[in-house]
Design a protein around this ligand. Structure first.
Ligand code: HXC
Length: 258
């Protein structure tokens, strides 16, 4: 049987680990790989034992972009009819947090995939960029929209118009990644972060993710209204009662995820 294009593992502490597995082509994201990734994300989303996902790349890169070989000769009609990017939607629609652990190259669709996740942790050797302009195209999976929201207009313009990648350190300064760590401890650090999220009350985690994402979609007044409703809603969860009771009784909370 052929090697899976995405390796999925369920780890201790409520964490699901997904690894892109086409290392011979720097995890170039072809349609088959993205379909498999979408299926595995959906499975983990439905798994009550998993509270947080980690996504990384096998080999020397996170992902060097969409598969150029696969795309090169396509016509717009081929693209429209096959909708090669539709399976990507499962990533940003996932209700559980996803951490991208990025090392080596995160280019083009690779960076766009990382930006669909909720947190990016980068190894010191990471190079993040949108090189599509050098191929005669532009980012097509959210790069022109999510990058300026993450780093601001000037830095996004520079990255997209020149196609030049930035270092992990620069990405940290710009707020694109939340943490930069040594390559040897990248997975360990990402898993630590994931376990810390997975042990939190699950309903509140879902609401927090949804509310932060709403900040990018709505005017402030709408976002504030959404946040307040979500805050009130959480008083219907068992974990809110337990969390506040445990605080008052000076003991650790026992969350049920309900
Ligand atoms: C297909 C790719 C690939 C890609 C690398 N490979 N990136 N194959 N699609 N995006 C393959 C190479 O052809 C090569 O295969 C093998 O991976 C190793 O790559 P090398 O180029 O030999 O490695 P290196 O010299 O270290 O250079 C690394 C690199 C370079 C700088 C990352 O590979 C590169 O520039 N890649 C393309 C990056 C890019 O333009 N990404 C954007 C794609 S467009 P062989 O068989 O020769 O060994 C895009 C649009 C998104 O992402 C639209 C929405 C989804």
């Amino acid at each position: 049987m052929a090697e899976p294009l995405v390796l999925a593992e369920k780890l201790e502490g409520g964490v699901g680990l997904l690894r892109l597995n086409r290392p011979q082509v720097l995890n170039a994201l072809n349609t088959a790989l993205m379909k498999e990734l979408a299926e595995k994300v959906r499975e983990m989303e439905a798994d009550p034992e998993i509270g947080c996902l980690v996504l990384m790349g096998n080999g020397r890169a996170f992902a060097a972009g969409a598969d150029i070989q696969e795309m090169a000769e396509k016509s717009p009609v081929d693209m429209e009819l096959s909708e090669p990017f539709s399976s990507w939607d499962a990533i940003y629609r996932c209700k559980k947090p996803i951490i991208a652990a990025v090392h080596g190259y995160a280019l083009g669709g690779g960076l766009e995939l990382a930006m669909m996740c909720d947190i990016i942790v980068a190894a010191e050797d990471a190079k993040l960029g949108q090189p599509e302009i050098k191929l005669g195209v532009i980012p097509g999976a959210g790069g022109t929209q999510r990058l300026p929201r993450a780093v601001g207009k000037a830095a996004a313009m520079e990255m997209v118009l020149t196609g030049e990648p930035i270092s992990a350190e620069r990405a940290f300064q710009l707020g694109l990644v939340s943490k930069v760590v040594a390559p040897e401890v990248l997975l360990e650090e990402a898993l630590k972060l994931a376990r810390s999220i997975a042990e939190k009350p699950r309903v509140a985690v879902r609401m927090a993710k949804e509310a932060i994402l709403a900040a990018f979609e709505t005017p402030l007044s709408e976002g504030l209204r959404f946040e307040r409703r979500a805050f009130y809603f959480l008083f219907a969860s068992e974990d809110q009662k337990e969390g506040m009771k445990a605080f008052m009784e000076r003991r650790p909370p026992r969350f049920k995820g309900r």
